[in-house]
Design a protein around this ligand. Sequence first.
Ligand code: HEM
Length: 354
Amino acid sequence: MRGPRGDRSRQMVESLDALPRVVPSPGFRPVHAKGVCLEGTFTATAGARELTRAAHMQGKPIRVTVRFSNASAFPRSSDDARTPDGSGEPRGMAVKFHLPGGESTDLIAMSTPFFPVGTVEDFLEIVRVQIPDPTTGKMDPVAVGKFFGAHPESARWGKLLKDTPLPVSFARIAYFPIHAFRFTNTNGKETFARYSWQPQAGVFPLSKAEEKALGPNELFDELRARLDAGPVVFTLHLQLAGAGDDVNNPTKEWPADRPSVMAGTLKITGMIADQGRGCESLSFNPMRLVDGIAPSGDPILAARGGAYGLSAARRVRMARGRPSSSSTSRSGARKPSSRKTPARRSVKKTKRRH
Ligand code: HEM
């Protein structure tokens, strides 16, 4: 991508490389590096078809690839988010809908209902203030305090992450694509709406004691065990914008009493066999859209399109120099490294069942 928007996208991707606790991991995603891909089908409801003419929302079962991830930039991050190797939270859920004719469209979500910043400038600044001073190895507390003082939405996001208990399972988290999109139906009627994925099994957190005992790969192992026992199901919901709701600001949720449409059911049935080619080398992009669903004017959404494209091209280039599927464990998460990291604590067998 060339031009000012391309430069901005490059700046955004490269800014992530300098974040603290990031162990450079060439060839992996610069965030959400530890993930696993699953397969299944999505079936839209008549309610979705009334809102949009998009090909995957017409009611026929659509094949999907789903990638769950820890937010950390470290491919061997521990699933315990409170460790120094980088945060597991928020968790990610990226869905690729494989459309008839070979095209695809993506929906990328995280486990918080809003984003900490609403502009590209604020994104670059929040990353910048978290880069440690090379002499002290620490962030500048004055710059950090100043940023969060001036951005209450960023402080609220940080507090939400800190206060939210870790999940018992990737299958028991609600996920939010956050941005509003413009949906157009066959009659040309337009509606702004925001998605959410709700787990059919319900949202369920770990207790404080269970959280302390969480193993470094336990959420990924739990997912595999859960799928051995049967499908994992999510429902997709669309919250419709009310008059005066800001459709361009990812830091602001809309009032909870806005009408919501159940848009479809996602049934995840198993693991993708080749986690290297069928997952790590895949590229999800929030701007990979189809006719019937268009972006809002959200500047973060617009900027993500270029950033994800550049990031994917860069890591695929870098990955040529590193082993890929051979270093992938059955769960899809990376095998523990030989380096001494918190992720190397002994793995307890997953006994918990929720
Ligand atoms: C300024 C805003 C953001 C920037 C610059 C950014 C940047 C990135 C980049 C560069 C990647 C790696 C892409 C790749 O190599 O394929 C990524 C992955 C990801 N991001 Fe973002 N992101 C932003 C906002 C968001 C938001 C708002 C969400 C959720 C709604 C989100 C969820 C994710 C997830 C789940 C992944 C992993 C996708 C996968 O499994 O391939 N990000 N992000």
